[in-house]
Design a protein around this ligand. Structure first.
Ligand code: IDP
Ligand code: MG
Length: 137
């Protein structure tokens, strides 16, 4: 069993995609073991995305991520990190495979609806950023 962090980003929440994204997780046998609505401050968004601090899109990305509420979830299942990344699709929605969340709903390389951890060590950091062990079922 593995765990990963999923975020429905501010654009996804604004577009009314919370139910749609969760429906896809449930339909793919992914269990939600933690969930909350969070409006990050700019500082919290910078801390979350600190691996990207040297990238040219860092300022814009952290403005966007702190622009409105996100749904933050911990997903659990076998190979759930990879499974979630497949459901999400490529970072750039134009390159995302048909039927993925980003191909279906993203409109912008930055505003791409969802976040998902990309490896066990990033999942551990990202889950710990938002949840304490006692919050997870
Ligand atoms: P990921 O979300 O698919 O893991 P990352 O490369 O980790 O993609 O980038 C984190 C987030 O930064 C992306 O989801 C997207 O919102 C934003 N981003 C990535 N590359 C670009 C870019 O070239 N321009 C603008 N925003 C970008
Ligand atoms: Mg990433």
């Amino acid at each position: 069993m593995e765990r990963t962090l999923s975020i429905i980003k501010p654009d996804g929440v604004k577009k009314g995609l919370i139910g749609e994204v969760i429906k896809r997780f449930e339909a793919n046998n992914i269990k939600i073991v933690g969930m909350k609505l969070v409006k990050m401050t700019k500082k919290e968004a910078k801390g979350f995305y600190s691996v990207h601090s040297k990238r040219p899109f860092f300022e814009s990305l952290t403005d966007f991520m702190s622009s409105g509420p996100c749904v933050v979830m911990v997903l659990e299942g076998e190979k759930v990190i990879e499974k979630n990344r497949k459901l999400m699709g490529a970072t750039n929605y134009k390159e995302a495979k048909e039927g993925t969340i980003r191909a279906d709903f993203a409109t912008d390389i930055e505003k791409n609806v969802v976040h998902g951890s990309d490896a066990p060590h990033t999942a551990a950091f990202e889950i710990g950023y938002f949840f304490q062990g006692i919050d997870l079922l």
